[in-house]
Design a protein around this ligand. Structure first.
Ligand code: 4GY
Length: 231
């Protein structure tokens, strides 16, 4: 549900997601919110009560589009005010019957529409897009790649980040030396146990250094005490 239906399928028409779309492994229906306006000028927004800049999307228009056009599964509004999206939510959505995504523009939507219709609000992160559409495309992409048959190699999915709350290990390919930088020796050794151990250490180091929030959560879930030693 968008004021810019021409933004879809966008990147979802390309690569793995696009092939899966063409193969019928998933479907995308784009609904033009403007088609649910109530007047001849097809008005969907109005000035904010209380003043301030910009325009707000009208709750009556949003109610009509949700009632008449939402599919099976939850209705989700993508905004920086939402709970942070994570891989666990993506997995649940991908396993479900579908999802209806409401894409905001301008200053956003009238809060009453969100409340009254029990709409789930999710955020991709602490930054502001000019509209919900790129976030919707990202959410759909994350779900579609989990659908059976979209990614050929299931090992790729099982091994990746967030399966166990750690970031991925670093990857290397040819050339063996590039701009004076050699590939870590252990990866050329053929010692698969040592390679596995090295990669696990690299994952832990990267998570500790780059995402202390994930590292703390992992320690907490293992019952460790946070602080200078384990922090
Ligand atoms: N960040 N995560 C995000 C976003 C655009 C004004 C409300 C985000 O999910 N969506 O920045 N969305 C805004 C634009 C209306 C949505």
């Amino acid at each position: 549900m968008t004021l810019f239906p021409e933004m879809f399928p966008g990147s979802l028409g390309c690569s793995l997601a696009g092939k899966a779309l063409a193969d019928g492994l998933w479907r995308l229906e784009t609904v033009d919110i403007r088609g649910f306006a109530g007047d001849k000028h097809r008005t969907v927004d109005d000035a904010p009560f209380g003043g301030g800049p910009g325009m707000v999307m009208r709750p009556d228009v949003l109610d009509r589009v949700i009632t008449e056009a939402a599919g099976p599964g939850p209705v989700i509004y993508l905004s920086p005010r939402g709970r942070l999206l994570d891989q666990a939510r993506v997995k649940t959505l991908a396993a479900g019957p579908g999802v209806s995504l409401l894409c905001g523009r301008y200053e956003g939507v009238d809060e009453r529409a969100i409340e009254a219709r029990g709409i789930e609000e999710l955020s991709l992160g602490d930054f502001v897009l000019s509209g919900g559409e790129p976030a919707a495309i990202a959410l759909i992409d994350a779900c579609v790649r989990l659908l059976p048959g979209v990614i050929g190699d299931q090992a790729t999915l099982a091994e990746e980040s967030f399966e166990d709350g750690l970031l991925e290990y670093p990857h290397y390919t040819r050339p063996q030396v590039w701009e004076g930088r050699a590939v870590p020796e252990v990866l050329l050794s053929g010692h698969h146990d040592r390679i596995r151990q090295w990669r696990q250490e690299q994952r832990e180091k990267a998570t500790r250094e780059r995402r202390p929030d994930l590292w703390e959560r992992r320690l907490a879930s293992q019952g460790a005490e946070p602080g200078p030693k384990n922090g």
